[in-house]
Design a protein around this ligand. Structure first.
Ligand SMILES: NC(=O)c1ccc[n+]([C@@H]2O[C@H](COP(=O)([O-])OP(=O)(O)OC[C@H]3O[C@@H](n4cnc5c(N)ncnc54)[C@H](OP(=O)(O)O)[C@@H]3O)[C@@H](O)[C@H]2O)c1
Length: 305
């Protein structure tokens, strides 16, 4: 199977490339190698590689900036998905498009199933929903949409690494984190493994995937602190203080509860995902190993940041 991965420089794209099954011939293209908003570049990349699948891990992911930058968010998250879908159709390829819990408004009191009506609250969610609709409209059953949430990895830009940085600040009395927004974290390696499982099973339609369990951002931060101290990633860590969303206003509205119902996806995969805390431990162990390696490879004159 030949698989083209867009956004290969991002958290998920890199994890997809790193965990590709041996039977797949993979071409991972980061933004410099393929800008998915460039029609001619997309046409050339797809025609040259002739993939069986295109996995779209490229996205405009700056949720708050999107409120002021609507054009760019829609260009990358919606218009470019049309380009990918059109080129997939032309080459007879299938398209996996990764989407988000931000397509829901969070007002439902139980986990969201894949066919529950979307109602995004902000520009990012609207642009991602538009991308989903485009892929489904152009490709029908040849499209696979996988919604996920709270993605983090040992490298990249994410909540876990931000928490580690803030908690390590020597003078910081506490780190304030909202406790009234509930969802579930997704480790990039866990998500990548699930996506490969769905691709290998030729799944289609809309799927949901996060790890198991639920958490507030506050709970997630407390767990990051505890596990990072236990693994020696942090020697000292500022405590975490719960905040309300009213204490921490953001440009883009946040949904109070966007737990995704993953049961149908887990049934296709033949297993439930591990609990999010177990996955967190695995990713933090990777951070610990990376930091040990970087200490050993530094020259004696180089200081730790
Ligand atoms: N991160 C989350 O918490 C989260 C939650 C739910 C769903 N998702 C979805 O999961 C998917 C993967 O997200 P992620 O966490 O891996 O995000 P990420 O780390 O921000 O990666 C996105 C990648 O897309 C690249 N990109 C942006 N515009 C592009 C363009 N025009 N052409 C090609 N590449 C472009 C970015 O490059 P630059 O860095 O150079 O801009 C970046 O490398 C996305 O579909 C996202 O919407 C993410």
């Amino acid at each position: 199977m030949r698989v083209l991965i867009t956004g290969a420089g991002g958290q998920l794209g890199a994890a997809l490339v790193a965990t590709a099954p041996p039977a797949c011939e993979v071409r991972g293209l980061d933004r410099a190698a393929l800008d998915i908003t460039d029609p001619e570049a997309v046409r050339r990349a797809v025609a040259a590689f002739r993939p069986d699948w295109i996995l779209n891990a490229a996205a405009y992911t700056a949720v708050d900036r999107a409120e002021e930058d609507r054009e760019a968010a829609f260009a990358i998250n919606a218009d470019a998905v049309r380009l990918l879908a059109e080129n997939a159709a032309a080459e007879g390829a299938r398209l996996l498009h990764v989407s988000t819990d931000f397509v829901f408004d969070g007002r439902q009191s139980k986990p969201y199933r894949p066919l529950d009506p979307p109602h995004p609250l902000g520009v990012y969610g609207m642009s991602k929903r538009a991308g989903e609709e485009t892929a489904l409209e152009l490709l029908g059953d040849e499209a696979l949409i996988v919604r996920t949430a709270w993605v983090y990895a040992a490298t990249g830009r994410n909540f876990m690494l931000t928490m580690l940085r803030l908690m390590a600040e020597p003078e910081r009395p506490f780190v304030g984190v909202v406790a009234d927004q509930i969802g579930t974290p997704s480790s990039a390696p866990g998500l990548a493994a699930a996506l490969w499982g769905l691709v290998q099973r030729q799944a289609s339609g809309i799927h949901h995937w996060t790890e198991a369990g639920v958490a507030s951002w506050y709970d997630f931060a407390v767990a990051i602190r505890e596990e990072a101290l236990a693994l020696g990633v942090l020697q000292h860590a500022a405590p975490v203080k719960p905040l309300t969303s009213a204490d921490y206003p953001t440009p883009a509205p946040r949904a109070p509860l966007t737990v995704l119902d993953k049961s149908a996806t887990w049934a296709v995969l033949g297993q439930a995902a591990p609990h999010w805390r177990e996955a967190l431990r695995t990713v933090l162990a990777e951070v610990a190993a990376d930091r040990r390696d970087s200490r050993h490879t530094h020259t004696p004159t180089t200081r730790e940041p």
